[in-house]
Every structure is written in C-alpha cells, then in structure tokens.
Design a protein. Structure first.
Lengths: 477, 433
C-alpha cells in the first residue's frame, strides 16, 4: 500500500486534481482492451509536464512502487495493466501538439495526444501522418509508440516505428533521455529510439515524440470485393502483391465479421458472402489509374463474386470506418472476444485461412477473422464466454496450435499488438531462450531495479500469479 | 434487466443484467463521445468506466458506494455512447438502473423523500394536479412578481439552481391539454389518423409549440386524436430511478393508446418518444409481447413520422431564414432519428440550412442535470453555443423541451440573438392559415 505521506507528496507536486487514490478511480485504470486482465493499482497520477512525470517517478522509486504507463487504455496485449499494482502513470493529460514543422516535415507532440487529433492537425497543413490503428480516435501517440502500433495503411506506409524521428523519455534513474532528432539521417551510436519503440513501457516513460510527416497522396481508388470462400480472397491478396502492386490498404473480413459489422453500421455489407476485401490504391493519379486496373484484373481472374468501386471519398471513408469497428462489433455475439495477432509471410495467407478453418472445426469454436490481409497480419478472434472454462480451454488450445503453425511458416506471434501479458509464452517460442536473455540484459541496462512495467514481455521474473488475474485468460506460468 | 436473482453486490430489485455489463470489451470507442469524460478526463466518468464500475459491483469487487451513486447521476444519460458502441453496450441504460439501485442503497432523508415522492408519484402521475400547480407560476409572471424578483437581489440568496430554474422558465401560457379538442380533423386530402402523445413539459411550458405540432400534422393531412386521460410518459421517473412508478404509468398509457384505432402515435417531445419506445423492455416481464411490439412500432417522433410519410410541400410558404439544427440526445442517440429532422428542414422552401458542428453533442440540459450540476452543465452548454455562433444561423431548431429550455436560457445569458424554435414551429411558419 502506498503511504499517506507519499500520496500527499504526489498531491503537492502534481496537484490534487492529478492524483487519484479512490478505489473507484483505481478500479477503472487497471484494465485496457485485452479481455480478462485486470488489476488494481495503488495510486494513479496524471502529470501534465515532463517534470511532473519525473517527480512522480521519483516518489514511486522511493516507495518501491512499480510504474505502469497508460494512455487511453486501448491496448490489446495488456501492456498498460498494472499486474503488480503500484502506480499507473496516465499520460493522457499531456496532450499538446507542440509543433508542426513545415520546413522539415515533422510534428512534435506530447505523449498523450490522440492519434487522430495529430492526423487532423497535420492534414490541416496539407501533410499526412499515415499510421492509423483501429483505435485512432482514442489511442494516444505515446501508446502507439510503446506498442509500435500498425493500422490499415501499414501495407504501403509502414507502422508507427517508421515515422518516429525523435523521442524524449524519462528513465528510472531520473535522467531525461532525448534520442533522435529532425535530421533525416542519424547513425550516431546505438539507435535508442528504435529500442524504445515497441518496448511497452519497460525501458522508459516516453513524454515527447517527434514524427515524420509526408505529403498526402493526390488521388485514391477504393474497391470492395466479395468472395464466395475465404481462400479465394487470400489468393487475390497474394496475387496482387505478386503483381508488384502495393495498395495502401488491403483489409479482409470473413462472414462472421461482416455480419457483426453490418449489425452496427448498417451500410449494406453483403451478409451472405464468405469474405470481403477492402482495397485502396493511392498516389499520383496516373499511377492510381494503372494500379486500379491491375487490381481489378486480378479480382476478375480469381473470380471474385462481386467487385465494387467506392463512388466518393465519403463512401470510401465510411468503409474504412466500418472496418475499424470490426473487433468491437464482434463483441456483440458473445461476451468475450479473444483476439490474436498472428502474422505470416504473405504468400502463406491462403494456407493460414485454411488452418484457421481447420482448427475452428477441430475445437468446435466460433471464430471471426479479419485483419490486414495485405500485411499477412490476421486477427482470428474467438468469440466465447469467459464464464465457460471448457470453452476457454479449447480457445487456448486453438491458439497454441495456430501459433505453432504460424511460427513454422516463419511468421510472428504479434504483428502489431505487442507481447504485454497476453503473449509472453509465445515470445520465447519465437525468439528462443537466447533472444529472451539478450532482451532482459537490455531491460536491466535501462531499468536495473525492474520497476518499469514489471511482469510484461518476459515469462520468468514474473512473480504475478494467476490469482492476480481474472479467470478465463491465459497467463504465463 | 432481471428482478429475481440477486447479482453480486446489487440488490435484487431492478439490478443490471450481468450480460449487459459483460458485453463491454473496453475498446474505448465511447470515450471521445462522452461529454462528462471530455469535461473531467476521468475514466470513471466515462461510459467504459461506468460500466466497469457496475461490473465491479456485480462481481463483488466493489460495494455500491457513494461514488458509484455519484457516477450514475453524473451521467447525462445522453446515450451518445450507445450510438458509438460497436458492441451494442447501453451504458446509459445501465446507469439508469444504477440510479434505481442508488435509491435503495441511499434512501433519501425524510424531507427529500417526501418531496421526491410527492413530485414523482403524486404530481407527475396526475395531469390535473400538474396543470393547477402551474397557475401560481403563471400569476407570478403575469402580476409582475417575476419582474420584481429578477430586479431584486432575492435570487442570489438561494442555491444556484433556484436562480437558474427561475431564469429558464419561458413565458407561460395556459396548458394545452384541456384546450385541445379530442379530435382535430385533417385539412385537405386525408392521409391517415394519428394519436398525439402530449408530454407534460410540452403542455405546461410549451403549449404553443404543441399547438403548432397538431396544426402541422392536420395540414399535412392527418386527423389528430388526443386522449385526455393520457399521463406522464414516465421519463422523469426513469431518470430519477423510480422504475416501479414508470411501469404503472407505462401500463396506463399502453392500454389507453392501444385501444385507439390509429396509424401511429406521434409525439413532439424527444424525451417522451424515447421513454415510450422503451415500454417494450420495461413491461416485458408482464408478457404480451405482440401488444408491446405493436405499440413500439406505432411510436413516432413527429419528424420521424412526417419524413416517413413524405412532407406535402405544395402550398407551403417560404421561410427565408438561416437555420441550424441541434439534435436532442433522446432523438438521435436514444431513438436513432437523426437524418429525418434535417430532411424535413431542408424540404421547407426558402430555408438556408447550415449544419451545426457537433450537432449530436449534448447541450447539458439532461433532465435535472442542468440544475444539479450547474457548473458542469454550463461548460457543456458553452461548447454548444460556440458551435451555434459559428454557423451564423438566425434560428436554432431543436425537438425537445429540455434542450429548448437550456438553449434558450444559454443564448440569452450569452447575449446571442438566435431564437430557439421547435421543428414543428418552423413547419408552422411555413404552413398557411
């Protein structure tokens, strides 16, 4: 338990409005969007400046409290869940856009700026920040950097990491580290910023981010193609890539997902179809013309059941918005949505769908699959009920089998959600004991006492037991 | 919402359904749509946080504490989160049920209890009493006492909400209900026959608005039947957490209106419409699903109804005005009626329609919220007024008396010149005598 003096000290430094210690506040800061994981912190703070972060961290150190950073709590691997209690450091009140540099094409923001707010602010100046995770309306840049979030445009434009130019972060020893800058090239020493991106709050607390901006595409064309079976959709994706066309977006939804999304958005998605692909090509008008023709030809070749072209930017926008609701919409069916993040080399896409179908039948589950088909990044989502332990068992067996196959194909256990709590045991399977050892040595170099987001990413030195975690979710032992 | 099994730390009467709280997968899509979260930045004052609190009570991780009660009432019940939720979670309704729980866990003190029971169970259930009770208020305005009070320092002596409530009161006319004929015939070629559900606030505070509603309906070719025995829809009881009185009112109105031979039951009050559409769920335990579904199918907001039937524009006079539209939460979020009022406004000749930024963001009225949380309500209102100002509109159209009161008051306080009109008043301007 945090001492009264420490709480008072926090209030003195940060202001009473920026410190929460009532149980009702703490209860709702102990989760993110990962199902079944929840833990009470002892205190939550909302610093509004880097100095505030530093002050809070000093007090936490002094009290021996673990520190867990949190943005908007939209993570999908439990990264911001305080499994060992301690202090939740909420960064969402540090939400100023400090600068949009139109000469260097960069933007500098505080960690709590909402992704879409940045997108809109730079769009107002004729610039483009591409990473667009499904939760872009809610998620913060700090969280995006910590989990290296992807999004619908990842295929052509890359993920958050590809846009991070500089970071300011506070380390557990009380130092403020600034790494990177506005220079396009920078090979001075180890690339700390690349270590910090995707470090899930285990190395330092990021307070400020400078990102790269690019000119927006001049034109785009959006296709919606329907398929009578999922594998044909997978085949279309592989053929488009093999034809050397890189669409900005190539998203897939299976029948279960189509129906759930349609229940919510009601825009006339085809309920009877086995799958749909949302494909967008963008760039210079001449190139868009050429690529659109190429995409259309391939869709016809593989015999897509129907091919539609969005009539307007609004229609294209509403299709992308509909796709972003996929995961949440799947939650209509059953109380618990266990989502995974398997990613395979793209040539394996059709086989991955076949494997998902096989395992779904084998374990007698309801599975909705959607995802970034063009990236080989799928989100097979088991729709289940955490109160049914037998079903949860089968769900976990499903993922075990699936990941074995994904790894055998040279895939990865997480394309964009991070390891957090949810996928610790799979990480070791993927990178091996040697890999984990090196990662831990890096962790110790930044955080020798292990106070930053403990219990995440690595299987051992995980004193949190199952008792800490709500039933129904796989945890590492 | 079950009445039998006890769920966790809730009482057994009017507790949330466990499935309803489990439905939330915590994606946070609701967060940017919640006015109280925007105001406080506190997760517990967000829909996701509120549902999580209810879930914690259900899972016995939390008692039904004072803070849970506070969040249940601090919720505007604007339902913006329901619109935003892909998973179909209805946080507003969960909070309504929690209000009912709050009264069980924290029974009001004697005076408060008597007063609350008097208002909810005695006054609001009896239209005649309600109408008589407005007489002093009308005299207060007519005899110049209002002028005296407003020009003295008297209002500054009481709590803030008294001054606001006094200031919000529109110019009062005699209640409409006793004046309105039981049947008003259609004008021109008759297209149908509708029943009119006349809300309490409408008949008492805005009788002239509802008069225009009936006039517009008849000029559109509908015979309008207004049964005098109708009672309050029960919305105030729902928001105050008195679900049992709501049920008895609901049963009364249901029986009364279902006995009429009408094509639709039309209301011009978004709050009433939303409550009437909820009867199906409220009374589900009584069975009679066919009757409930039939009733639900007949309830229409006036703009929803006219948009469905198609506005007869021949003979309408042009209204040369710059107009914008504020969406009542209980129309757009609770009933999903959003496009229809805009279509209706645009169909009136002469109108220069300007879309309002954040049109579906609450105005801060929210039943008694504007009086209970005057400061917070003002902040929400200011955001709305800034958006109204940016449109350059002369008329601010809305469709709910709560919004009407709050917006008119806010505009006056801010020294803005826009006039607030109900959508049927606008239609009334276009309708020839």
């Amino acid at each position: 338990m945090i001492s009264k003096t420490a709480t008072q000290h926090l209030i003195d430094k940060l202001g009473a409005a920026n410190v929460a210690c009532e149980k009702e506040d703490l209860l709702v800061l102990g989760y993110d969007s990962t199902p079944g994981i929840h833990h009470l912190p002892e205190v939550a703070v909302f610093p509004t400046t880097t100095e505030g972060v530093l002050a809070a961290m000093e007090i936490a150190q002094h009290e021996g409290l673990p520190i867990v950073p949190r943005g908007s709590g939209t993570g999908l691997s439990g990264g911001s869940v305080p499994v060992k209690g301690g202090m939740v450091l909420c960064l969402n009140r540090m939400n100023r856009i400090r600068e949009i540099d139109e000469e260097n094409l960069t933007a500098t923001v505080e960690a709590g700026v909402v992704t879409l707010d940045l997108f809109n602010a730079v769009a107002g100046k004729g610039l483009f920040y591409p990473p667009d995770p499904g939760s872009q309306k809610i998620s913060t840049l700090g969280g995006n950097v910590m989990e290296d979030a992807g999004g619908l445009r990842g295929l052509k434009y890359g993920v958050t990491r590809d846009y991070v130019m500089a970071l300011e972060c506070v380390l557990p020893d009380g130092s403020i580290l600034t790494t990177g800058g506005k220079s396009v090239k920078d090979v001075a020493g180890y690339s700390f910023k690349d270590l910090l991106v995707g470090s899930e709050g285990t190395l330092g607390i990021i307070t400020e981010i400078t990102v790269k901006l690019i000119p927006p595409p001049k034109d785009k064309r959006t296709f919606l193609a329907y398929f009578n079976d999922v594998r044909t959709a997978g085949e279309a994706v592989s053929k488009i890539i093999a034809a050397k066309i890189i669409p900005s977006t190539m998203e897939i939804m299976d029948k279960a997902t189509i129906n759930c999304v349609e229940d919510y958005v009601k825009i006339g998605l085809p309920r009877q179809m086995a799958a749909l692909l949302l494909i967008e090509v963008d760039g210079h008008p001449a190139m868009v013309e050429e690529e659109a023709l190429g995409v259309k030809t391939i869709l016809e070749q593989v015999k897509a059941a129907e091919i539609h072209v969005a009539k307007s930017a609004e229609e294209a926008g509403s299709l992308a918005a509909a796709r972003r609701t996929a995961l949440s919409a799947l939650a209509r069916v059953r109380p618990t949505t266990l989502l995974e993040d398997a990613t395979v080399p793209r040539s394996r896409l059709a086989e991955t769908f076949a494997e998902i179908e096989r395992l779904t039948a084998k374990y007698g589950l309801t599975v909705g699959t959607f995802g970034h088909a063009g990236d080989g990044n799928l989100h097979p989502t088991v729709l289940c009920d955490e109160r049914n332990s037998d079903e949860m068992h089968r769900a976990h067996a499903f993922y075990d089998d699936l990941y074995d196959q994904v790894l055998a194909w040279g895939g990865t256990v997480s394309g964009e959600h991070g390891i957090g709590l949810a996928k610790k045991e799979y990480l070791a399977r993927q990178i091996g004991a040697g890999g984990v050892k090196v990662m831990k040595r890096i962790k110790r170099a930044f955080d020798p006492k292990g106070i930053l987001n403990p219990g995440k990413i690595f299987v051992d030195d995980d004193p949190c037991t199952e008792a800490h975690i709500e039933e129904g979710f796989r945890v590492s032992h | 919402m079950s009445h039998t099994d006890k769920l966790g730390n809730f009482t057994s009467e009017d507790a949330p359904d466990y499935g309803d709280v489990l439905q939330c997968m915590r994606c946070g899509f609701c967060l940017p749509t919640c006015p109280t979260f925007a105001l406080t930045g506190r997760e517990r004052s967000s829909p996701r946080g509120r549902v999580a609190l209810a879930r914690a009570v259900a899972e016995q991780k939390l008692e039904f504490t004072e803070s849970v009660r506070e969040e249940a009432f601090f919720c505007l019940d604007c339902r913006a989160c329901t619109t935003a939720c892909p998973s179909g979670v209805r946080a507003g309704e969960v909070m309504e049920v929690c209000r009912s729980q709050a009264h069980q866990f924290f029974p009001p003190k004697h005076v408060g209890k008597t007063f609350r029971a008097f208002i909810l169970q005695k006054m609001l259930t009896n239209p005649d009493l309600l109408e008589t009770s407005m007489l002093p208020a009308r005299l207060y305005q007519k005899l110049g006492i209002q002028w005296l009070v407003r020009h003295s320092q008297l209002l500054k002596l009481g709590p803030e909400w008294v001054a606001k409530a006094e200031g919000m009161m529109p110019e009062l006319y005699p209640p409409l209900r006793p004046q309105l004929p039981d049947v008003v015939p259609a004008v021109g070629e008759q297209r149908g026959r509708v029943a009119f559900f006349l809300g309490c606030i409408m008949t008492l505070m805005y009788p002239e608005v509802s008069r225009q509603t009936v006039r517009a309906l008849t000029h559109q070719g509908f015979e309008v039947v207004t049964p005098k025995e109708q009672k309050c829809c029960g919305a105030p009881h729902l928001t105050e957490g008195d679900r049992s009185t709501t049920r008895s009112l609901a049963q009364h109105n249901l029986d009364l209106f279902m006995a009429l031979d009408v094509d639709a039951i039309v209301t011009d009050c978004a709050g009433c419409g939303a409550a009437l559409k909820e009867y199906e769920e409220l009374l589900e335990e009584a069975g009679k699903h066919d009757q409930l579904a039939a009733f639900r199918g007949k309830i229409k907001d006036v703009s929803e109804f006219l948009a469905e039937q198609g506005l007869r524009t021949d003979g309408l006079q042009p209204v040369e005005k710059v107009v914008t539209y504020h969406e009542p939460c209980h129309l757009c979020h609770a009933q999903g009626v959003s496009k229809q009022p805009r279509d209706l406004i645009r169909a009136i000749p002469g109108i220069d329609y300007r879309e309002l930024n954040e049109a579906s963001w609450c105005c801060g009225s929210a039943a008694t919220f504007s009086l209970k949380y005057t400061g917070e309500s003002q902040q929400i209102l200011d955001r709305k007024l800034d958006n109204v100002k940016a449109t350059g509109a002369e008329l601010l159209v809305t469709a709910n008396p709560g919004c009407h009161l709050q917006l008119a008051w806010g505009l006056k306080q801010a020294g803005m010149t826009q006039r607030v009109v109900h959508i049927t008043e606008l239609l009334g301007m276009a309708t020839p005598d």
